[in-house]
Design a protein around this ligand. Structure first.
Ligand SMILES: Nc1ncnc2c1ncn2[C@@H]1O[C@H](COP(=O)(O)OP(=O)(O)OP(=O)(O)O)[C@@H](O)[C@H]1O
Ligand SMILES: O=P(O)(O)OC[C@H]1O[C@H](OP(=O)(O)OP(=O)(O)O)[C@H](O)[C@@H]1O
Ligand SMILES: [Mg+2]
Length: 297
């Protein structure tokens, strides 16, 4: 295959991961011009292009070297490693991306009193993840028959074609609607940045390094908030004790008010009204909570 000098990332064309993946890439400073057929997006600033495909095809495209990286659910990547990608180069999860969170679970009819996997012995289990389910059953010494379906797995028990299912669960609403309940979790999933275990060492490798650093900068601070407040020196210890987790705060003098300090703290997550009210009671005032957009350490 002709070597490429531009990086190519595969992502889902149309589905749950499309919008958050594009937003994340945008936040990393990557913007794209969409082509007419919408399968290929040319990167405008950096030498990074997108290929928009069905999510199931993403691991294969990386493995064949058609794309350098992909944004795909851990569920799809892990299944590919067990079933599709046995001969190709090993694929790795380079970063968890924090969206598309769901789990791959076994679910059974609501009336069944499920205790452990041994109850699945001899049962028919419908799934679109025969690799992951087969491995999970093998590890537990359970001999069950795996019925592979491409979709609408939850309906199989009602149709009498399976006794249990193994499928993705998020809110659990689909299970309830089909009189099923979650019995065991096989895999906690989220979107990941997937790529070959061994990354290229040419210009594309440099671009991947840059992208990983930017991703870290975006992901690390995505949930973070910057808290700014004023406090007297006397109340400082009490205020600091109430700060939500994060690195040590920075303290700055306030011009013309020697007893006052300005405090700046990076908080790992949301800062609630209740927390702010408590901090205020301890002696803080002029409090601001700001979202953090980027970080470069
Ligand atoms: N209910 C859910 N909540 C959150 N994330 C989910 C949920 N269902 C699936 N996901 C995650 O989002 C990924 C994409 O889901 P989606 O339903 O868009 O895929 P699809 O129907 O297989 O799409 P495609 O047409 O690309 O094959 C899944 O592989 C999984 O990682
Ligand atoms: O626990 P819940 O919040 O109900 O989510 C789980 C459902 O979401 C996904 O399906 P999706 O809605 O994408 O439909 P599809 O499988 O037909 O694409 C998944 O395959 C489950 O059926
Ligand atoms: Mg799919």
């Amino acid at each position: 295959m002709k070597p490429r000098d531009r990086l190519r990332i595969a992502m889902q064309k149309s589905g749950r991961l499309t919008e958050p993946a594009l937003e994340l890439l945008n936040r990393c400073g990557l913007t794209f011009r969409q082509s007419r057929d919408k399968l290929f997006c040319f990167g405008e600033g950096e030498p990074v292009d997108l290929l928009l495909v069905r999510d199931d095809d993403i691991p294969g495209l990386i493995s064949q070297g058609v794309c350098d990286l992909g944004i795909v659910g851990r569920n799809v990547l892990s299944e590919y490693r067990l079933t599709g990608g046995l001969d190709g180069p090993a694929l790795a999860e380079w970063r968890p991306l924090g969206f598309g969170r769901c789990r791959l679970s076994v679910a059974v009819p609501q009336e069944l009193d499920y205790r452990d996997a041994s109850q699945l012995q001899g049962q028919r289990i419908a799934t679109s993840y025969p690799g992951l389910l087969g491995e999970w059953l093998r590890e537990r010494g359970v001999d069950a028959s795996v019925v592979t379906l491409a979709g609408s797995v939850e309906i199989a028990p009602r149709l009498g074609t399976a006794d249990a299912i193994c499928d993705l669960v998020q809110s659990g609403g689909t299970l309830v609607a089909n009189q099923l309940r979650e019995a065991d979790v096989l895999l906690e999933s989220e979107a990941v940045l997937a790529g070959p275990q061994v990354l290229p060492t040419d210009e594309r490798g440099d671009m991947i390094d840059l992208l990983l650093k930017r991703l870290d900068g975006v992901i690390q601070v995505r949930e973070s908030r910057l808290l700014l407040l004023q406090t007297s020196r006397g109340a400082l210890d009490a205020v600091i004790r109430l700060l939500p987790g994060g690195p040590q705060p920075t303290l700055l003098p306030v011009a013309g008010q020697p007893d006052q300090l300005m405090l700046q703290a990076l908080c790992a997550g949301e800062v609630s009204w209740r927390q702010l009210e408590e901090i205020k009671k301890a002696g803080a005032r002029e409090m601001f909570v700001l979202p953090v957009e980027k970080m470069l350490a």
